[in-house]
Ligand binder design. Structure first.
Ligand SMILES: C[S@@+](CC[C@H](N)C(=O)[O-])C[C@H]1O[C@@H](n2cnc3c(N)ncnc32)[C@H](O)[C@@H]1O
Length: 267
């Protein structure tokens, strides 16, 4: 299935900018239907700094706070986690759902935080929207030496046949036809050591309606005109309703969480 990690750098810069800022209009649906991240993936990202006392973690491009909530669930206090997000709709949802967490308006290219103020900067499903030439030095600025930059993406596991079929259906739609190559996590900057990557498989319960609602939160769909969006979602619903694996009741959506981390060099 296509998702926001695919073809993020489409040639049309205006379309890309519209997609990057499309999420807030459907912040409630995003919070309700987008998948969560497995704790083991987040633990792996934090491993280089896990032993530090009074760990401080920034959830950058925090959206509605899905990754922030995982961090809190892992035992970090709301004094250990901060959130930065540019979109007012997403930020409002985060503040409603996680009222104790400091949450500020900002971007990866201009982070509202002092130098060397975090041990880790984590980015969920958003690194591909950044301008890496401006964001990487800015992330390096707010990280303490030896701190970690970690990025993660949930992707539907299209090694499973019915998931591959759904992906093929979506890329056949006119607005999605150029999608196909997944963005590579890139941390190529002198401030960071070699990028390490790891993948974690997991799954989340869905029904025909809830997976259709999940697809509807992807940026490709959010920027479609109403007619194409309705037609696309009808096709998704019909496809899922016709597949034996998904037609009846609850099923598991198989997911792969793709993670990448790089450690801030000293000095
Ligand atoms: C797919 S959502 C991911 C939200 C959240 N991190 C999560 O895991 O659910 C992408 C988020 O990136 C934000 N975003 C887009 N461009 C950004 C930028 N240049 N700097 C920071 N955030 C950005 C969007 O506003 C949106 O909330």
């Amino acid at each position: 299935m296509t998702n926001d990690t695919q073809n993020p750098s489409a040639p049309d810069a205006g379309q890309r900018a519209r997609r990057a800022s499309s999420f807030g209009a459907e912040a409630g649906a995003y919070a309700a239907h987008r998948p969560d991240y497995p704790r083991e993936a987040v633990s792996w990202l934090l491993e280089p700094v896990a032993a530090r006392p009074a760990l401080k973690v920034l959830d950058l491009a925090a959206g509605t706070g899905k990754l922030t909530a995982v961090l809190l669930g892992m035992g970090l206090g709301s004094d250990a986690v901060e959130a930065v997000e540019p979109d007012a709709g997403m930020l409002d949802q985060l503040r409603r759902d996680l009222p104790g967490v400091p949450a500020r308006t900002g971007t990866a290219e201009s982070i509202p935080a002092p130098d060397a103020s975090f041990d880790a900067v984590l980015v969920g499903q958003a690194f591909h929207w950044f301008d890496p030439e401006r964001a990487l030095p800015e992330i390096a600025r707010v990280l303490r030496p030896g701190g970690v930059l970690g990025a993660l993406w949930n992707a539907d596991d299209d090694r499973v046949e019915w998931v591959a079929g759904l992906r093929d259906l979506l890329v056949s739609m006119p607005s999605l036809s150029r999608s196909g190559d997944r963005s590579k996590p890139l941390m190529g900057h002198e401030a960071f050591g070699a990028t390490e990557e790891r993948r974690f498989t997991h799954g989340q319960p869905r029904t025909v309606e809830s997976l259709t609602a999940t697809v509807a939160t992807h940026s490709h769909l959010l920027v479609m005109d109403d007619a194409e969006r309705t037609a696309t979602l009808e096709k998704v619903r019909a496809y899922l309703g016709a597949r034996p694996e998904t037609a009846e009741g609850e099923f598991t959506l198989p997911l792969v969480t793709i993670t990448a981390r790089g450690v801030r060099t000293e000095g």
